[in-house]
Every structure is written in C-alpha cells, then in structure tokens.
Design a binder for this molecule. Sequence first.
Ligand code: 1HE
Length: 256
Amino acid sequence: MTEQTLLRTQVDGDIATLTMDRPDKRNAVNDALIDALDAFFARPPDGVNAVILCGAGDHFCAGLDLAEHEHRAPIEGVHHSRNWHRVTELIEFGGLPVVSVLHGAVIGGGLEIATATHVRVAEAGVRFQLPEGRRGIFVGGGATVRVGRILGPDRMREMMLTGRSYGADEGLALGLAHYSVGAGEGMALARDLARKIADNAPFSNYLMINALPRVADMSRGDGLFTESLATAMAQTSDGAREGLRAFLEKRPPRFR
Ligand code: 1HE
C-alpha cells in the first residue's frame, strides 16, 4: 500500500483534511504511515493555513503497529522512538495549526499523535488509553513529555500502571481534549474551528503554536523577555497592519 492511501489528503481552499486510512487495522501506525505524516508536515501544500487530522472507520488510531514491532536492538529502539519524536515535533511546531477529531481508540501512539495537535475535539465513545504496560513496552512517541505535561506525571503514571481509559468528558476535564461532542459531531466542529484559525494572521498563529510551549519551558524572566520579542515582531508585521486597519474600518481582516 502506498503512503498516499494510508494517509488520505484532501485540500479544500486553505484547509487540508488528513485521514489516517487503515481502518481494517484500526489505523495502527506502521512505518509507512509515520513516513506519510512526515512527508505531509515537512512539505505541506502551498496555501494551506490549517489542517484537520482524523481517522477512517470507527477509531482515530490504535497506536503503534504492534505487528511491525519485531524484536529490536536497544539502539534501533532509540532510533525508532526518535523518529516518532521528529515527526510529532513537526506536527506540533511545524507552524500549521492542526485540529484533531478523536473518536474510538486514541490509544498509545494514537494519543501521542493526538497530543501533538493543537485543538482536540473528542467524540462520545472515545477511549484515551496508554496500554503499553500490558504489551511489555513503554511510551516512545512523546507521551512522557506531552501527555505528562497535560495530565501531570502523577496522573499519567496511574493511567499507565492501571491501563485505565478516559472518555470524552473526562478527557475534556483533564485537558486531553478541548471539546467534547456527540458521536459523529466532531468533524463539523473541527471544520468550524479550522476556519476560524485559518482566518487569523498566519504569523500570530505561528507565534501561538511556537512561543507558548517554549515559554512554558523557560524561566519566568526568559519567558517574559521572549514574549516581548514575539510581540514586537508581531506588531511590526503586515498582519498587524491589516488587522488593526480592518478593525478601524469596521470590516473583517484579509490576511492573505
Ligand atoms: C492492530 C493494532 C495495533 C488493532 N497494531 N494491529 N496499541 C494497542 O495496544 C491497541 C491494540 N488494539 C486494540 O486494543 C483494539 O484493536 C482496539 C480497541 C483498538 C479495537 O478493537 P476491535 O475489536 O475493534 O478490533 P480488533 O479485532 O482488536 O483489531 C482489528 C484488526 O486490527 C486486527 O487485525 P486482524 O488482521 O486480526 O483483522 C488487529 O490485530 C489489528 N490491530 N490494533 C497492529 N496497534 C511510539 S510508541 C507507541 C506505543 C504504542 O502505541 S503501544 C499501544 C499499541
């Protein structure tokens, strides 16, 4: 199967919808699928300003393809995990805002991919779970950092030790999701949110995506200084000129 068929890409105006399309395997992520995500986010089509990421069939993603997870030497395991880190960092920090529609299994590596996206819409029936303990493995696609920072290490540890799963409303309360909607309602909301985000000034979006989590990693003083640099860059950009002019002229801004 080619990369294109594992990850279906549909571009509608300035919004791209990516569908992980391996429903017979619950969209489990094999090397070809991670390569297809890599290829899209490394070189997104020109003119795309927001992305929607979803899964075909009844599940978002059942995580790492366990059938491909043959015995590896330790160094090969490091390379495999580092590749997931590279691709999930590209999703999170590549500069394109990503809205994910989460339904069914959002398990293991599926949750690691989901937490690299910026806006997460969870449908009723979703199942957030980290079952690595049951498989004799450990998270390797960024969960210690991303899920750990959302839930806190204490709650993440309990989640992993007991293999419990959280649903949409719990995920909303805990921060795994930003919206909880009924079954089948996620895509409509995702489109609406992607439209709003794509209508923002691109440089402002870039700063939100990149500056906020980096500032959270800094000391207070470094964070405040970085904020000043970011705001000065934004305020002197074409986007600021257009955004402020549009406000004064009582019309919607046109950034592109
Ligand atoms: C898979 C995978 C997979 C399904 N790798 N093949 N992730 C997990 O431990 C989750 C494993 N999957 C499940 O628990 C269940 O499949 C589901 C709850 C997601 C769905 O259940 P169900 O009853 O709808 O489907 P199923 O019958 O279990 O699976 C259908 C097929 O998908 C079946 O293949 P078939 O050839 O027998 O039809 C399954 O083998 C296949 N399948 N999930 C490979 N994950 C960067 S490190 C990340 C570490 C992790 O992600 S660990 C967590 C892995």
